[in-house]
Design a protein around this ligand. Structure first.
Ligand code: PLP
Ligand code: COI
Length: 341
């Protein structure tokens, strides 16, 4: 088997069809045994719950080629657990954790030729997703579901890779208190589409959402959590019940404390504190750690001291350590790296 002939260094964050995907059907109260299939299309009834009431949730993780040629994934157990939480919140059946990890393993192994080579700057993005598939017209959960995994090779989420981006404070809210912001429901992303297009039309790369109740605290962006660094090198990350519990952010906290000896504060972050930070970054599976150079609030510019040319020094260290662990040249904490082959 040979790697596919793809220009790995120049792909963006888009969909490229791979050879295999995984599907398991839920019917009569049970998941079937699941299988790898080749057909990338899905045929559903017009009244499927996912179409009418957006009953769908998903996950995102990546497969990496390590320096010594293995294919690995990063903490898939945490994606499995988060998807179980998302499913519970949306009244969907849970796909068991061990089966989730096994399905990820099988899907990535089957698409090994699409896992970008070490050092290419690209990775294989893994997208587990689940949806209500039988016809529903009264507002109620479906009785039948599909759990699927698709994979696609991806490059950097933001054009320009590690170049600092400019974001704006959104007038729209991402998630309500006691809503679904803490789970990975498709509906959270549907409602962010207008906000992100407005941001792009106004020349910004992303939105900073504030808390919906008071519009005083920093929440997150449409697809990543925030990390800030104070002028005395403390890593600060927003705590909120309505943001997604990012696996990247949780890993960065551990790396900051245990690998780099930095102080970390996970706490509510007021927007009026942001101007005092030295560095800002967005963290997530897709974003990895993307530096933010400028934050614009209705014309008021906050220019991070780290500037628009490169990552600040602390975020650079966090980035190097985290990606070093993911790519296998820095020893990982027990259980973080799941070897596929
Ligand atoms: N926040 C949102 C809204 C996201 O969609 C994501 C991506 O999954 C994240 C944060 C980052 O989470 P993770 O680090 O688990 O990918
Ligand atoms: C991820 O980082 O995996 C996500 O799901 C975020 C999305 C914006 C691509």
């Amino acid at each position: 088997m040979a790697k596919k002939n793809i220009d790995w260094a120049n792909i963006g964050f888009g969909y490229i069809k791979t050879d295999y995907r995984y599907v398991s059907h839920y019917k009569n109260g049970a998941w079937d045994e699941g299988a790898l299939i080749t057909d990338e299309t899905i045929t559903l009834n017009e009244c499927a719950c996912v179409f009418q009431y957006a009953q769908t949730c998903f996950e995102g993780l990546k497969a990496y080629t390590t320096e010594d040629g293995h294919i690995v994934t990063f903490r898939p157990d945490l994606n499995a657990e988060r998807m179980m939480n998302s499913a519970a919140r949306l009244e969907m059946p849970q796909f068991p954790k061990e089966r989730f990890i096994d399905a990820v393993t099988k899907t990535v192994a089957a698409n090994a030729d699409y896992v970008p080579p070490f050092g290419s700057g690209a990775t294989l993005y893994i997208r587990p997703f689940m949806f209500g598939s039988n016809p529903v017209i009264g507002v109620k959960p479906a009785e039948e579901y599909q759990f699927r995994i698709l994979t696609t090779p991806v490059g950097p989420y933001f054009k320009g890779g590690a170049k600092p981006i400019t974001i704006c404070v959104s007038d729209f809210d991402r998630a309500a208190p006691h809503g679904t912001g803490h789970v990975k429901a498709g509906l959270n992303y549907a409602m962010s589409l207008h906000a992100i297009m407005e941001a792009h039309r106004n020349g910004f790369d992303e939105n900073m959402y504030l808390d919906a109740a008071t519009r005083t605290y920093v929440e997150e962006t449409g697809g990543a959590n925030f990390i800030f660094v104070t002028k005395d090198n403390t890593v600060v990350t927003p705590k909120s019940g309505s943001i997604l519990p990012s696996i990247t952010r949780r890993s960065i906290i551990y790396v900051a404390e245990h690998y780099l000896g930095l102080k970390v504060e996970e706490r509510p972050v007021r927007f009026d504190e942001v101007k005092d930070f030295a560095e800002c970054g967005l963290c997530g599976t897709a974003a990895v750690i993307s530096p933010v150079g400028k934050i614009v609030d209705h014309g008021n510019e906050i220019c991070m001291p780290s500037g628009m040319e490169k990552m600040g020094p602390v975020i650079q260290k966090l980035y190097d350590t985290l990606t070093g662990i993911q790519m296998g040249h820095i020893e990982a904490p027990e259980g973080w790296i799941h070897v596929i082959k």
